[in-house]
Unconditional design. Structure first.
Length: 441
């Protein structure tokens, strides 16, 4: 692909992202599956351009709003602005890229030519930009974050808009962390142990893990270090009855299965139940469970009321990986910040209350209810726990540092009873976790 064709492709991908509710990286992969002629350098260049625009969208839009007259920001204008502001391209260079030949983005309109002239030589940052624009935060969330983080606001938002590292969880039922690391090194994949999780490795450089023996044999599973920590804090052990109430595609289910030693044909290692509202989502874990060698994992759609009723008061551990805003994963899905609305946030908050109440019924006396989100907002986290405990006096919040000491062993990053991980403080995705015990009868 020529440079102008790459720009044209980036515009098409951004338009698809703007019109969908699917992850940007999934849309990018789908785009190139139907364009086999594009080489690896083309895919990388287009992908980098797309994510650069998404991560700089508020600042690019600020410049466009001030320089484009009556034109509204669009995928095409954002790509055009990125070429000028991020790449430092000259007016002549821009005209050479935006022309009428096949596969190019098309000739500039008079208004676009004026935009190019107004943006020429401009730097990405400007002193007149408000904090929310500088830190790529939607207007309606900006004050919430400033109130929550105070003087740490800038550092937290900067980290949340950076690119995330790639972490893997080692399937310790099959191999040690050192052995997994050596296996990956055979494929020239360099890793380092994760700082907090005792079962994690962090890639020093991005690589195609799917083609490695370690991945194919189920020795590793791609999982952010923060997510690994949530699974470890469940303290799942062989012989227990454990419920992953919002299992989704099964990342934490796999981690729980490993902790419960559910590899192999033995049937006396306990029971792990993976629940979700979507049978389709649950089916996505089948291949992953098979690859990891996990046995005795039961999948259950929560609409099956009779089956759910049979679990009431039976579970040693119930994990709620609650539906949430996903703010903690903005590093991986930066487009999600522009899709979140106040209405969607309120919907998540109501869903969380419902899920907490329903899942609590499954916990036996003396058992633990583990509530987790990948959100950084108090109304989805600490406030939800306060409301739940006020309505459920038979549950007691447990000190997270004591659970951390038992289950993880490294130094706990918080002295509070609840855990909040952030990209700025722990270099993980953003996660919240609270553990509550059902009082013994």
């Amino acid at each position: 692909m020529t440079p102008d064709a790459r720009l044209s492709a980036a515009i098409e991908v951004l338009e698809a992202i703007d019109g969908a509710n699917t992850a940007a990286d999934s849309i990018l992969r789908a785009y190139f599956r139907s364009r086999r002629y594009a080489g690896s350098k083309d895919r990388r260049a287009v992908g980098n351009r797309v994510f650069d625009v998404i991560r700089h969208r508020a600042r690019l839009d600020w410049w466009i709003a001030g320089a484009a007259g009556n034109m509204e920001p669009s995928a095409r204008l954002r790509i055009l602005a990125s070429v000028i502001i991020l790449d430092g391209e000259t007016s002549e260079g821009v005209n050479a890229l935006f022309h009428g030949a096949a596969h190019s983005p098309g000739t500039l309109s008079p208004d676009e030519e004026k935009l190019v002239g107004n943006l020429a030589g401009k730097a990405l940052l400007h002193d007149a930009m408000p904090p929310g624009v500088v830190h790529e935060v939607p207007d309606w969330l900006d004050k919430l974050f400033q109130d929550q983080w105070g003087e740490n606001y800038g550092a937290e938002m900067t980290a949340l808009n950076s690119a995330a590292p790639v972490d893997v969880r080692v399937n310790t039922g099959r191999v040690s962390r050192d052995q997994a690391r050596k296996s990956l090194s055979i494929n020239d994949i360099k890793t380092e142990p994760t700082a907090l999780s005792p079962v994690g490795l962090r890639l020093i450089e991005r690589a195609r893990l799917e083609e490695t023996k370690a991945f194919r044999k189920g020795l590793i599973e791609v999982q952010d270090e923060g997510s690994q920590l949530i699974a470890l804090l469940c303290e799942a052990k062989p012989g227990m009855t454990v419920v992953d109430y919002c299992a989704g595609a099964g990342g934490k289910t796999l981690a729980l299965a490993d902790a419960m030693a559910l590899q192999g044909a033995e049937t006396d290692k306990g029971s792990l139940v993976a629940c979700d509202v979507s049978e389709k989502r649950l089916s996505r874990m089948d291949e992953r469970l098979k690859r990891a060698g996990a046995q005795n994992v039961r999948k259950l759609v929560v609409d099956d009321l009779d089956a759910i009723a049979e679990l009431e008061g039976c579970a040693d551990k119930v994990l709620i990986d609650a539906p949430c805003s996903g703010i903690g994963a903005w590093r991986r899905h930066p487009e999600a910040r522009w899709r979140l609305t106040p209405e969607r946030l309120e919907q998540h908050v109501e869903e969380q209350k419902t899920v907490l109440g329903a899942a609590a019924k499954l916990v036996k006396a003396g058992g633990h209810l583990i509530y987790a989100t990948c959100s950084l907002l108090g109304q989805e986290n600490q406030q939800q726990i306060a409301i739940f405990l006020a309505d459920h006096p038979d549950f007691t919040l447990q000190p997270i540092n004591e659970i951390w000491a038992r289950s993880i062993g490294t130094e706990c990053p918080t002295a509070a009873n609840e855990l909040l991980l952030t990209p700025a403080t722990t270099n993980t995705d953003g996660f919240f976790c609270a553990v509550m015990e059902r009082n013994p009868t």
